[in-house]
Design a protein around this ligand. Sequence first.
Ligand code: GDP
Length: 178
Amino acid sequence: GENGHDRIDYVFKVVVIGDSAVGKTQLLSRFAKNEFRFDSKSTIGVEFQTRTVSIAGRVIKAQIWDTAGQERYRAVTSAYYRGALGAMLVYDITKRQSFDHLAKWVEELRAHANHSIVIMLIGNKADLAGDMRAVPMENAVDFAQDQGLFFSETSALSGDNVDAAFLRLLEEIYGVIA
Ligand code: GDP
């Protein structure tokens, strides 16, 4: 632009995947708008949100895509993954099944996404840890290590670790492409 403040050096496409109801949409709205929406969402079609951040003096626009409910019907298409440089692979720490399905999601990424895609494993709903925890953190650390993923637990509800996890992913992407 005229004053140079809206210069964008890079656009990084990031996809958010994982089972239904793990908190993908809430993570996205927490990172993009610092909001947690208590109303139910409209889930027609694929949507993305953006947030511009600075990494190593570069202006990076993160374009973060939500499946918008497609994952319910196993209909996440290869168009969704096209051009993605990063993926947030999300499970719910209170739902063992969402963790047990991770291998399937990693397979899907390996099949459809770019080979150099950077993957961040996210154990969401960390605010419910304690009585409701169904996935010990060690299990996730082991899985992440085996599969070569970064890992963080987050809470979209409280906001804990959400920015840090997205920023870590964006930094790692920058490291790959720069
Ligand atoms: P999606 O289907 O993966 O996009 O999941 P949503 O973002 O729609 O979230 C599913 C449900 O989990 C909703 O009722 C959210 O309010 C709730 N939820 C999402 N993130 C969190 C979180 O960090 N903590 C808690 N306690 N609930 C969450």
